[in-house]
Design a protein around this ligand. Structure first.
Ligand code: ARG
Ligand code: ZN
Length: 421
């Protein structure tokens, strides 16, 4: 065998084993709409293929007729995929041409000091996030506390930053986590932005002051550090954590299917190769264990729960695991409706809202549903910008506007809930 051929085979084999996914110049994201049931089935088939990554919805099983599907297609499969789509009469268009350029933009370090304290307008590597948390807790010793709540599968620390106003102890708290899903980079960016914003404008902005004076705010800026790191080094499109097991070559559990909330029923998968794999048992993952342990031990004080995702611009509340309504459905519906109209009026941007099951899809094992069933009656999942123009590859110059409007929604809900508590 010729050495070059051998090398190619070796690399290919290595890639299969290591789950490689190398992005290239010509990769594209397509927006495809199935109309007939036959087209739905076909699209489920195409999107299950290795060289494509589903951006929206999260899994082939969620594909339905007349809802646009966003599919990342590697250049090597582009001709084959578009030909298949054309033969079967699909409606489709190219959503993103320049994925490689956008990825470069997102990872560019354009400040002279990469560890500069500015959190705006750029994304932060895992290392930078840890640095930011350490530095912030040193700079604001009277208003913050850095709490280690556990560690990830690969033993990266899971840090919660507790924010409080300069006042005595209070008996109410809110929780916010970011970065459950690795590729949703605007999510951890929002948690960092929120921390910076709250600390900077305490005693200057009355809303921030009220929030920090009335509540302890627990923020977990990166719940899935292993996956996040992997999106910076190896595969920008990775969603799950990086847990491996002996009996499968496939890596990763979807942390938002691993909570003990109707675990692994319809809307999750027991196949380790699926992007919505639920894990071997509820709370099997160390990242989920760390969060549930912390929240169980703070159950009596935590009144509000927020989980931050992207993309699609939605303000969601339980349930996602069933179509049944929660007892305070109308109350939470009013809250997200008001938050959404704030964003529309002040930022001219549209956010859909409602219960998870009715607004996106049935999905069990989610953190918001679990928190709700633990007794945290104000529990929300936000899907931040955008609606598919850039998807996960939101350019850095849009971070600030995405964070501002997301903050408007958090603030609206928190201030309205505070007067009821
Ligand atoms: N896109 C998110 C996911 O698939 C939606 C989360 C909504 N809540 C839920 N419990 N599924 O995880
Ligand atoms: Zn997500």
């Amino acid at each position: 065998m010729r050495p070059l051929v051998l090398l190619t085979i070796l690399i290919a084999f290595h890639c299969v084993l290591r789950n490689c996914f190398c992005t290239s110049e010509q990769d594209k994201v397509l927006s495809i709409t199935a109309v007939t049931q036959e087209q739905v089935n076909l699209l489920q088939n195409i999107s299950s293929h290795n060289e494509t990554v589903l951006w929206q919805p999260a899994s082939p099983s969620h594909i339905t007729a007349n809802t646009p599907v966003h599919l990342y297609v590697q250049s090597s499969s582009l001709a084959r995929v578009t030909e298949q789509l054309q033969t079967h009469g699909f409606l489709f268009r190219v959503l993103l041409e320049n994925t490689q350029r956008l990825i470069q933009e997102q990872t560019r370090n354009d400040t002279t000091d990469p560890k500069s304290s500015g959190t705006n307008e750029r994304y932060h590597s895992l290392e930078d996030i840890y640095h930011f948390l350490n530095k912030t807790s040193e700079d604001y010793p009277d208003m913050t506390k850095l709490i280690l709540i556990g560690s990830s599968f690969e033993k990266n620390p899971l840090f919660v930053l507790k924010l409080s106003g300069r006042r005595g102890p209070v008996d109410k708290a809110m929780w916010m986590d970011c970065g459950i899903h690795a590729r949703e980079w605007i999510s951890p960016a929002f948690c960092l932005w929120f921390i910076k914003f709250a600390l900077t404008f305490y005693k200057e902005n009355p809303d921030i002051t009220t929030m920090l004076d009335k509540l302890d705010i627990y923020i977990l800026p990166i719940m899935n550090p292993d996956g996040y790191k992997y999106t910076w080094t190896t595969n920008r499109m990775w969603r799950k954590n990086r847990a491996s097991r002996d009996d499968s070559l496939c890596v990763g559990v979807d942390l938002n299917r691993n909570f003990d909330a109707n675990w692994c029923t319809k809307g999750a998968s027991s196949n380790p190769c699926s992007d919505i794999y639920c894990g071997q048992y509820p709370e099997s993952e160390p990242e989920v264990q760390a969060v549930t342990k912390f929240l169980r031990s703070h159950k009596d004080v935590v009144k509000l729960y927020f989980s931050i995702h992207s993309y699609s611009q939605m303000l969601l509340f339980p349930y996602s695991y069933t179509h049944e309504q929660i007892p305070n459905h109308n109350e939470l519906y009013d809250l997200v409706q008001e938050a959404s109209s704030k964003i529309r009026r002040h930022y001219r941007n549209q956010y859909r809202f409602g219960s998870g099951a009715k607004t996106i899809y049935i999905a069990p094992g989610g953190s918001d549903d679990w928190a709700y069933d633990q007794g945290i009656k104000y529990s929300f999942t936000f899907e931040l910008q955008d609606r598919g123009q850039y998807g996960f590859l939101l350019p850095p110059n849009l971070i600030t506007s995405a964070c501002n409007e997301a903050f408007a929604a958090v603030k609206t809900i928190v201030l309205r809930v505070l007067v009821k508590l």
